[in-house]
Design a protein around this ligand. Structure first.
Ligand code: DGL
Length: 295
């Protein structure tokens, strides 16, 4: 017979949630997860040795993602969040199948939900070469709203700038302007007679790469007056909400009440000091320690 104490224990699980990205960008998703699930512990892996993922083939990214997930699974995570758009786009199904019944979450579906919620008829997706050419966002958005017009723009230089810790300044402004000009011309006309005035008539910019939220200010500046009718969204908050919904539904067990204080453990595959220095900007809090692992 199960005692009440044992029944209680079975309802809870103090194990951490695993979060994985190619680098420090996924810390923006970890930040949102921490806000949404403040009692939970997290184990974050940034595969900094092999970044960027966005220029590599789907087969290579799948292999990298399986290896990165293995580290987290071996350390006993109770759920896995792929906080990398490129890996989510090509490896979510493979990871979910490989590690079943472990709950595995990606960021593409939640990112599409965030963009569709703005009401815009047009969505401009900014992502890595692999994410844009693979069309995962296109499919996710059209599944939600088949009448949407979806445009994609690969912005690989932004990944390098973000990993450099360069989020503002003339080089960033130039690169952002160049990328946006290439995709927004013809989608959103400059303000003036006949120009759109609401998000519905304008377009939504979807930051389809975990590294891009740090360029929000530069993107708003590049949009100029169009910023009034071009909402900018990313997948961090909606991914955290999707994970929290699984806890609420009882499909992932939460930490016990009055359990130990939550722990955040950060792991990188290279450059621990660099990760610490650059990462705090994405996590929005100081980083005390980063462990190194070899995949
Ligand atoms: N973290 C990746 C993403 O969200 C971008 C960086 C990379 O190319 O590795 O797509």
């Amino acid at each position: 017979m199960t005692t009440p104490a044992r029944q209680d224990a079975a309802q809870y699980d103090p194990s951490p949630i695993g979060v994985f990205d190619s680098g420090v960008g996924g810390l923006t998703v970890l930040h949102a997860l921490r806000r949404t699930l403040p009692g939970e512990s997290f184990l974050y892996l940034g595969d900094t040795a092999r970044l960027p993922y966005g220029t590599k083939s789907a087969a290579t990214v799948q292999r990298y993602a399986l290896q990165a997930a293995r580290i987290l699974v071996d350390r006993g995570v109770k759920a896995l969040v792929i906080a990398c758009n490129t890996a989510s786009a090509v490896a979510l199904e493979a990871l979910a199948a490989h590690y079943a019944p472990l709950p595995v979450f990606g960021v593409v579906g939640p990112g599409a939900v965030a963009a569709a919620a703005t009401g815009s008829r047009r969505v401009v997706v900014l992502g890595t070469e692999s994410t844009i050419s693979g069309g995962a966002y296109q499919r996710a958005l059209l599944a939600l709203r088949p009448t949407l017009a979806v445009y994609g723009r690969a912005c690989p230089l932004l990944v390098a700038l973000a990993e450099e810790g360069r989020h503002t300044g003339p080089i960033v402004d130039l690169v952002v302007r160049d990328y946006l000009a290439g995709v927004l011309a013809g989608v959103v006309e400059p303000a003036g007679a006949g120009a759109p005035h609401t998000a519905e008539d304008g377009a939504t910019v979807l930051l389809g790469c975990t590294h891009f939220p740090v360029f929000r200010r530069a993107i708003v500046a590049a949009l100029g007056t169009a910023a009034a009718y071009v909402p900018i969204v990313d997948s961090a908050a909606t991914t955290a909400a999707a994970v929290a919904a699984e806890f609420a539904a009882g499909r992932v067990r939460g930490v016990p009440p009055q359990g130990p204080a939550p722990r955040i453990t950060l792991i990188a595959t290279d450059g621990a000091a660099r990760f610490q220095r650059i990462g705090h900007f994405f996590l929005d809090e100081p980083i005390d320690a980063v462990q190194l692992v070899d995949l």
